[in-house]
Design a protein around this ligand. Sequence first.
Ligand code: TMP
Length: 209
Amino acid sequence: MARGFFITFEGGEGAGKSTQLSRLADRLEAAGRDVVRTREPGGSPGAEAIRSLLVTGEADRWSPTTETLLMYAARRDHIERVIAPALARGAVVLCDRFADSTRAYQGAGGGAPASLISALEAEVLGDLRPDLTLILDLPTASGLARAAGRGGGEARFESKGLAFHERLRAGFLAIARADPDRCRIIDAASEEAVVGASVWAEVKALITR
Ligand code: TMP
């Protein structure tokens, strides 16, 4: 049986994660891999119910600490019901956001205590870490402009203001610097196909390692 791989896509708003995840999934499926496409917050029925609490409503609906706890409640359900079983059967799990988003959004952006986030990571994730994390990086203003063009009712985090989004971008870059074996920064300002080629190069290096 093929070994499972856990690959996460991270980045600010409007970086094109979902598009790139879908391109990569198509390519892996064409190569005969069992692929699971999923996202956070969400990815299981229970976690999707928690997602709707998190991504709708006023910007100050939840404090950063409460958001952290809700994110981790959703994440635990997603891991138990979707991610861990898929990896156990040898699938490639492609997840649109994961634990690094909590460090960046709630931690660097919102100021939730790093000690709380580290404790939840240790307790809730156990040994589970992504094999590869692709951080799609884009100047903050262009990402927010792209995200605004998308519309929809899930704009709670988008509405938090430019300074928040600058902090979370810096947060993602710091995560990448601290964990260079796992994380790759991908320049998301290029054309979709060019970004896709960078993504594929990293994934190919992982799965043929
Ligand atoms: P999405 O727009 O990429 O689907 O993500 C939904 C929102 O949730 C997005 O604004 C980022 C935010 N988020 C966090 O704040 N912390 C987290 O841990 C995750 C997974 C997402």
